[in-house]
Design a protein around this ligand. Structure first.
Ligand code: FA5
Length: 374
């Protein structure tokens, strides 16, 4: 830095000459304009505005000028530095905008492209349908109840009024669990053939009133074919309260089919026999595709109900007083109704599945159209 000099003319200090200041400014502006990246711009900034840059050094010279010369030199250097600083900010904004535009293009994701990640899998439609049915009843105040799949014969048969010699035991083609060594035939344990034993467990576990919905897996020694599987799902419904009648059962079933299949669906009951309900009935719902209009109408055949107008859903009836007694409930005071049906059959007609084997083979091409609900 030069020493103070009273007779000093700022124009005579080389670094403060107007043309020198202009040159420094123009070099800085040219360097900023030439910078083609934010990093290059940063380097140009250090070179042209940093502590050892020509403009900073010229600025320092001002301090050594006599007072009357400082103002003019200060103005000249200040204006040059202001122009350099503005040019830097403008170029920085330009380069940042270019970078943002480039990143948007480079990092764009085409959400319509097929992805190659391993799919996480899907819940089986039998599970989602079963939960949907549970929701309908939970909304009416029912509780979800469960029981074991390996069940005592007493719960599966005896308590349900299916005696040792009752033909229903044979009819249900039971899988018997082998007893201990030497007493293989004496286990009294079976793979449950229906969800009705959960009725007994629910009544023994609770004081009436009892309102339960019992979904679960059941087993029968049926061959696997288009309409049967040896392992399938049932849902059981049980209500025990004072003064329940068949009309409560009918109203509940009507509500269920409307909640599952839509407004205006109705049900009908046909006489049937189950040892654990008296009277017993087979429950049909009106065909949700043709609504009965295919009956006697060859021009409008219906594949869903085979033009019968009705679809069979399951068995039901008023709980047999003997069953209430076996579960410790006074049949003089309480009555109950029950209903049981197969989920595979319901999935078949609700979603036009033609072959039950598709439900057990585990092929994702079957489950995928039902949605990837996890
Ligand atoms: C029963 O199992 C009674 N426990 C239902 C019941 C409960 C009646 C409460 C009264 C009161 P059933 O044997 O009909 O009933 O079987 C009920 C349903 O299970 C049938 O309607 C059918 O949808 C389904 N089902 C029966 N066998 C098979 C099978 N092998 N594969 C798939 N679904 C089946």
């Amino acid at each position: 830095m030069s020493a103070p000099n009273k007779s000093y003319d700022p124009v005579e200090v080389e670094a403060l000459k107007p043309e020198e200041i202009e040159r420094m400014r123009d070099e800085a502006l040219a360097a900023f304009a030439a910078a083609d990246s934010l990093d290059a711009l940063q380097e140009a900034k250090v070179a042209h505005t940093g502590g050892t840059s020509p403009l900073s050094l010229a600025n320092r010279e001002i301090g050594a000028l006599p007072p009357h010369a400082k103002a003019e030199a200060g103005k000249r250097v200040g204006m040059a530095r202001g122009a350099v600083s503005k040019a830097f900010a403008a170029r920085q904004a330009e380069l940042e905008a270019e970078r943002d535009a480039r990143v948007l293009v480079e990092e764009a994701v085409d959400v319509t492209l097929p992805y190659d990640r391993t799919p996480a899998g899907a819940r089986h439609p039998l599970t989602t349908l079963s939960e949907r049915i549970e929701d309908v009843f939970v909304a009416m105040g029912y509780e979800v109840a469960e029981g074991p799949e390996v069940e005592a014969e007493w719960f599966n048969f005896d308590a349900l009024n299916i005696g040792p010699d009752h033909p229903a035991r044979g009819m249900q083609d039971t899988f018997f669990v082998q007893g201990p060594k030497g007493r293989e035939t004496e286990s009294n344990v079976v793979l449950r053939t229906h969800t009705s034993p959960v009725q007994i467990r629910s009544m023994l576990d609770r004081e009436p009133p009892v309102y339960v919905i019992c979904p679960g897996r059941v087993y029968r020694s049926d061959e696997l074919d288009a309409t049967h599987t040896p392992v399938f799902m049932q849902v059981e419904l049980l209500a025990v309260d004072e003064g329940l009648t068949m009309s409560d059962l009918k109203g509940t079933l009507d509500h269920m089919v409307q909640a599952l299949f839509g407004e205006g669906m109705t049900t009908r009951l046909r006489p049937n026999f189950f040892p654990f309900t008296e009277p017993s009935a087979e429950m049909d719902m009106v065909c949700y595709v043709c609504r009965g209009e295919s009956v006697g109408n060859p021009d409008r055949p219906c594949r869903t109900c085979s033009s019968e107008g009705w679809i069979e859903l399951g068995g039901c009836g008023m709980v047999n007083p003997k069953v209430l007694t076996a579960a410790g409930i006074d049949p003089e005071k309480y009555s109950g109704f029950a209903f049981g049906f197969g989920i595979e059959r319901m999935l078949m007609f609700r979603h036009n599945v033609e072959d039950m084997r598709d439900m057990v083979e585990g092929d994702v091409r079957f489950t995928r159209p039902f949605g990837m609900e996890i």
